[in-house]
Design a binder for this molecule. Structure first.
Ligand code: ADP
Length: 255
């Protein structure tokens, strides 16, 4: 019976991961299709058209790296935490984020000076950010502003036991969530977006990524005003590396 339970848990994990990859892949396809659509309408070989084509190419490459992740999961490889500058990573994907937004949704970045480096898997952080920006966009059908803030000097929540963390916030001026939605938002497969639109796997994956990295995801939301998602990511210190190694050891042991 224990064997069967473990098998079921394993299948659930694989199913969630596969579904998660499909979810992210869908976000990426939105970017590819949007960029190509705009490029084709301007098809007079001006510089802008070439730039849009490059956006599409970049998104396709990210898609390919996602399928790589699926493959390495099947081979039970751990994800690959690296020393990452969060502001640099966000700047590097600015074009990609902009091309996932309609013209009436603006996005701006604010970075505190000398933000410390963090230790996370950079591809996962990119996917997490894209998920949060897509959610913010979907919460603002009439348009509005998405603000990304990175701070290196905020005091982390108590759960993080005083270890040093960088705080990344994605804020929107959208619909916000009522109490019940806020409570369920991070449950796998919970979505309010309707059949064929939402998968309910975005936030559980973002939260899983933050926790596996030795950090946290925190949601704040006010109905009719907007939502702030905080990702607390561990600074690239010796301690943080140990925490990531421990969590990798646990997750491969349970598979
Ligand atoms: P999906 O985007 O596929 O619905 P998520 O797990 O990313 O899945 O989100 C789950 C639910 O949480 C959404 O359907 C929505 O109700 C709510 N939600 C997430 N982000 C926001 C946001 N920025 N503003 C308002 N509601 C949100």
């Amino acid at each position: 019976a224990e064997q069967a339970l473990r098998q079921a848990q394993k299948m659930e994990a694989i199913g969630q991961l596969t579904g998660g990859v499909a979810h992210d892949f869908n976000n990426l396809l939105t970017v590819i299709i949007g960029s190509l659509d705009r490029a084709l309408r301007k098809f007079s070989a001006d510089d802008n058209a070439i730039k849009l084509m490059n956006n599409a190419l970049e998104a396709a490459q990210r898609g390919a790296s996602l399928t790589q992740r699926l493959l390495s999961f099947a081979r039970r490889q751990n994800l690959d935490p690296q020393t990452v500058s969060v502001p640099q990573l966000i700047e590097g994907m600015h074009q990609l984020l902009v091309s996932s937004l309609p013209a009436n949704v603006l996005i701006s970045n604010h970075f505190s000076p000398k933000t410390p480096l963090v230790k996370v898997d950079p591809h996962q952080l990119e996917m997490a950010l894209l998920n949060l920006v897509v959610n913010a966009r979907d919460a603002m059908p009439a348009g509005g502003e998405i603000t990304i803030v990175v701070s290196g000097e905020l005091v982390p929540p108590r759960e993080l036991r005083g270890d040093r963390h960088v705080c990344l916030k994605v804020m929107d001026q959208g619909s916000g969530m009522d109490e019940e939605t806020l409570l369920k938002a991070r449950d796998p497969f919970f979505t309010t977006k309707g059949v064929g639109k939402g998968t309910g796997l975005g936030l559980p994956m973002v939260a899983g990524f933050a926790e596996q990295s030795g950090g946290l995801m925190i949601l704040y939301s006010e109905l009719g005003k907007g939502t702030t998602v905080e990702l607390w990511l561990p600074e690239a210190t010796r301690q943080a590396e140990d925490a990531v190694a421990r969590s990798n050891a646990v997750s491969s042991a349970s598979l």
